[in-house]
Design a protein around this ligand. Structure first.
Ligand SMILES: Nc1ncnc2c1ncn2[C@@H]1O[C@H](COP(=O)(O)OP(=O)(O)OP(=O)(O)O)[C@@H](O)[C@H]1O
Ligand SMILES: [Mg+2]
Length: 379
């Protein structure tokens, strides 16, 4: 039997744990063609959630499309992709598509030269860079018109939405808002992981997306539900669990679904031949996974400054450490606060640490903490 604990890419169907509440809330928002901003730290499962939602929406007769802003280096390519996806979702006839596209002003069909030298306008489009914004607005407007014309309901999910800032943000935000707030046949999900940025985009009264939709902060998966999912799979695989307490696993993973999946995946393999799982095996998991990724952590470690190394080591040992306290600075022999602040900020910027709403610094990748603790053990 294949390992049911997937830890990379899109995980759907029976391999996707829980999130029933979130899916049902998103479904009801989309049935009303609402606008939702989906926010969480990295690897909490936003992208997977959108894909699982998509399967459900399709069954209910909606036409969902998905775009990842990461994939589009400039606004022009995003405008083209959006318009092409919407067109394909709503119109299957290539002839009709070509006709539709020919009515657009900024999004021009790419002209193809056939082997005999004749020219044909295909359904692929291109936009000159200077016209990217009008093209995007045209694409959005066209999507709504096409949805109305076809009597269909469209759901547009834009992932990594916080990347919008890379296109030179705020004029774009205003323009997008004024266009999509008139839409009556399209529901939108905007999803992003750079929490600070997502919240700034949506919660700052000065910004265009303020109060434009519901903000849904994706939290951890309920431990009982996740534990049921894990146990059910192990039982299906014929594994025996010997007084295993999964709380250890959830604590070690800090409830990040990716990290839970990673450890369960290893556990499945480690016990593949014995088909028996003990608490000892579970407790060995964080370090096993950390060592699998050691090349990556090694590189981070080598490029860290001395102060950063001390901070990382201290944060690995004491999860709730207060780096700005006198006590901390005396214990670890670093300071002053200004240099600690600069070091921490740089680690956050590099994505190695993140700051919790309560102001604590945590490892973005929980396994890095175990890798560092492992270093201390090796010494
Ligand atoms: N509900 C779930 N059930 C099983 N696995 C999950 C679940 N949610 C997330 N995962 C696991 O976590 C991994 C990361 O999920 P995903 O890519 O959806 O997170 P994300 O929030 O979009 O992350 P990022 O912010 O980095 O884009 C997935 O590849 C999958 O292995
Ligand atoms: Mg994602």
């Amino acid at each position: 039997m294949e390992n049911p604990f997937k830890y990379a890419g899109i995980v759907t169907g029976p391999y996707f744990a829980d999130r029933e509440q979130e899916i049902s809330e998103l479904l009801s928002e989309m049935r009303n063609l609402g606008r939702v901003f989906l926010v969480s730290p990295r690897r909490y499962g936003k992208t997977c959630l959108i894909f699982n939602l998509r399967d459900k929406l399709k069954k209910e007769g909606y036409h969902p499309i998905y775009l990842d802003l990461n994939a589009y280096p400039d606004l022009a390519s995003f405008s083209v992709a959006l318009t092409e996806r919407v067109s394909r979702a709503l119109e299957s006839s290539t002839d009709k598509l070509a006709k539709l596209i020919s009515t657009l002003k900024y999004l021009r069909p790419k002209v193809e030269v056939a082997p005999d030298g004749s020219l044909t306008a295909g359904v692929e489009m291109s936009v000159p860079r200077q016209q990217a914004l009008p093209a995007l607005l045209e694409g959005l407007h066209y999507s709504e018109r096409l949805a109305i014309k076809k009597g269909r309901k469209l759901i547009v999910a834009v992932d990594e939405f916080s990347d919008l800032e890379k296109y030179d943000g705020q004029t774009i935000e205003k323009a997008i808002r004024s266009e999509i707030q008139t839409h009556t046949h399209i529901g939108y999900v905007f999803s992003g992981s750079a929490q600070g940025v997502m919240l700034a985009i949506t919660q700052d009264p000065q910004r265009a997306f303020y109060r434009m939709g519901r903000i849904m902060e994706l939290g951890a998966i309920d431990r009982d539900a996740y534990q049921n999912f894990i146990i059910t799979w192990f039982k299906k695989g014929g594994y025996q669990l010997k007084n295993v307490d999964f709380e250890f696993l959830f604590d070690a993973a800090e409830d990040v679904p990716y990290s839970i999946q990673r450890m369960c995946n290893v556990l499945w393999e480690k016990a593949r031949s014995s088909r028996t799982i003990t608490q000892e095996m579970v407790e060995a998991l964080p370090l096993i996974v950390a060592r699998q990724d050691s090349a990556h952590f090694e590189l981070i470690w080598q490029t860290a400054s001395q102060t950063q190394k001390i901070l990382l080591m201290a944060l690995a040992k004491e999860r709730n450490a207060k780096p700005f306290s006198r006590q901390f600075q005396l214990t670890y022999g670093i300071g002053p606060s200004s240099s600690i602040k600069a070091s921490l900020e740089s680690l956050v910027k590099k994505g190695i640490l993140y700051q919790t709403p309560a102001g604590r610094y945590r490892f973005s990748d929980t396994f890095m903490r175990y890798w560092i603790l492992g270093l201390a053990q090796d010494d």
